[in-house]
Structure formats: C-alpha cells, structure tokens
Design a protein around this ligand. Structure first.
Ligand SMILES: [Zn+2]
Length: 62
C-alpha cells in the first residue's frame, strides 16, 4: 500500500503566501549532496519579496 502524502507546500514565514518551488522526490534528493537540498538563500522560509525586505532591513539600506 503506497502512502499518499498531501503536497506540503512551504509558506512564506512572513506573509504566509504559498511558495512554489521545485520539489524533488526523496529518491532524487538522496542523489544530491546535502548542500544542494536547500536553495542558496539566506532565508529559505521566506518568499523572494519578503526575503528582499528582510535583507534590506538587516543591511540597513537607507
Ligand atoms: Zn512573503
């Protein structure tokens, strides 16, 4: 019996918007090194827009 998992889309940690990103199957993930599993982003839990805002606020852009 195959377990059916609901698609579990990540939500932005700031605005709560659904984030659509490439999702790999566990079998595919296993082929990749750990470092490749996460997007190269400082805030993977934020959508691009919120991430930009966050970085801005941290860098202190005037
Ligand atoms: Zn957001």
């Amino acid at each position: 019996m195959a377990k059916k998992k609901k698609p579990d889309y990540p939500h932005c940690g700031s605005c709560g918007k659904k984030m659509v990103r490439a999702r790999l199957r566990p079998s595919e993930l296993r082929k990749l090194p750990k470092s490749s599993r996460r997007p190269e982003r400082p805030y993977p839990e934020l959508c691009p827009r919120c991430m930009r805002e966050k970085i801005k606020s941290e860098v202190g852009v005037v």
